[in-house]
Design a protein around this ligand. Structure first.
Ligand code: AMP
Ligand code: GLY
Length: 434
């Protein structure tokens, strides 16, 4: 089975490792890929923002399946272009990818389908936004979101009126180009954040989905949720304090209305939806949709999934997903990010990495290989991932592996999953204050 995998980071390396472990022989091509991905297959130098170039490669090379890692190619229409050739794609059409590509579109979708979410206003005029800030009645922080894709930097939680005004004016002046000239203002939600991934297969005739275990990411750079936001410093799942009825509540209030809403709106979905959820005092509310797997959540999910990934993704891509409980290892998995010196503001590249033989999975996110030596080549450099019967054991396995994968300036959080572990050990549930 020939698979074209779009992307180059840790999420894609984790997907690639799992695809290669499928029962059938997988001939993998990663575009643009990385040196680590090249060890699992070939690379193709494709521009993921150019649907025509990806489609031309597919027309010439006939992959059996295309798997999209990041959102950018989906928003650009790569899945539409490849699907029009009759090639199965795990990844949504551009129309559906707007759920991530436009915050205003996503909020209108949530409201139209009665999905619990923060109160919001979509603003396109400077005067209207300034007036909204001056008469803001939802309390602080004022949440401002650039409508379009802004490389993860388009959401600001403004702690004062002055900060909100400055942020809003910068957005409207084109801080993120056209992406920030429409701004979604949201009331602040308080609670515990979690990541819920769902495989979805929706068209006019049918609508099926399969839930993956809920995970939790750790966005701040330092232990104890201190310091600036990052792309994610580590994740684990499933959550030890989430009961079956809590998952059921998310299924009925968030997931099902989403799947049925897609169908009602005539949107086709063949891929994954990643729901950013805030569990508030009044229950789960939807923060956002992503139309791709999370990073580093994927690294966790691939540890837990006890299915043939190539067969499963093809099932979704061919529009024949059978709604079911996916087979999972009865384990808790954890993925810890090893980040470069200077991250998240910058990243010191070209530093030699020592990689011993740790007893956990080593996933490459931002590395390159030169004369047989791995070097840092991005902010999030490597991930260590593993699973064990419980979270404490999984955490201990990562701790034991940390000295084996190192370089000068390495940054790593040592508390991934720790707050959740204490919450569960204290007998608290998701309903209790986080
Ligand atoms: P988003 O890309 O919309 O998920 O926003 C990025 C991050 O900002 C989320 O992961 C939350 O931590 C935070 N956030 C977004 N919306 C809100 C909100 N309405 N209230 C509180 N925090 C939020
Ligand atoms: N880990 C969060 C994300 O992938 O957006």
């Amino acid at each position: 089975m020939k698979i074209l995998l779009l992307g180059s980071g840790g999420r894609e390396h984790a997907l690639a490792l799992k695809l290669k472990a499928s029962a059938q022989l997988v001939d993998l091509v990663a575009a643009p890929g990385s040196d680590a991905l090249a060890e699992l297959g070939d690379r193709a130098a494709l521009d993921l923002e150019d649907p025509a170039s990806v489609a031309a490669w597919c027309a010439a090379n006939h992959p059996d399946l295309v798997v999209a890692g990041p959102e950018v190619p989906l928003v650009a229409g790569v899945a539409d272009a490849v699907r029009s050739l009759g090639i199965p794609v795990f990844g949504h059409d551009a129309a559906t990818a707007r759920l991530e590509g436009s915050k205003a579109f996503a909020k209108a979708f949530m409201q139209r389908h009665h999905i619990p979410c923060a109160a919001s206003h979509t603003i396109t005029e400077l005067a209207a936004g300034e007036a909204l800030i001056r008469t803001w009645s939802y309390g602080f922080p004022i949440v401002l979101k650039a409508d379009g894709l802004a490389a993860g930097k388009g959401v600001v939680l403004a702690m004062s009126e002055a900060e909100a005004l400055a942020t809003f004016r910068a957005f409207m002046a084109g801080q993120f180009g056209e992406a920030s000239k429409t701004v979604v203002f949201e009331a602040p939600l308080v609670g515990m954040e979690l990541s819920l991934h769902v495989l979805v297969d929706v068209d006019a005739e049918h609508a099926t989905y399969a839930l993956l275990p809920a995970c939790q990411d750790h966005k701040r750079i330092f232990d104890g949720d201190q310091g600036p936001n990052t792309g994610g410093m580590g994740a684990f799942g499933p959550l030890p304090f989430l009961r079956a009825e809590d998952i059921e509540l998310m299924r009925t209030t968030l997931v099902e209305p989403t799947v049925l809403g897609l169908q009602k709106d005539g949107l086709m979905a063949r891929g994954v939806l990643f729901l950013g959820v805030m569990w508030t005092a009044s229950g789960p509310e939807l923060l956002e949709y992503n139309v791709r797997f999370g990073d580093p959540e994927t690294q966790v999910l691939m540890q837990l999934l006890d299915e043939d990934l190539a067969a499963l993704l093809l099932e979704v891509a061919e529009g024949r997903l059978v709604a079911r409980d996916l087979k999972l290892k009865p384990h808790t998995a954890i993925a810890v990010v090893l980040a470069a010196e200077g991250y998240p503001e910058g990243a010191k590249k070209g530093v030699s990495i020592t990689i011993g033989s740790p007893a956990v999975t080593v996933i490459h996110a931002g590395t390159r290989k030169q004369a047989g030596q791995w070097l840092t080549n991005g902010g999030r450099v490597l991930n260590l991932a593993t699973s064990a019967p419980d979270l404490a054991t999984a955490r201990a396995a990562i701790e034991a592996a940390l000295p084996q994968v190192n370089w000068p300036g390495r940054q790593v959080r040592r508390d991934i999953g720790l707050k959740a572990l204490k919450h569960a050990q204290a007998g608290k549930t998701v309903q209790d204050p986080w």
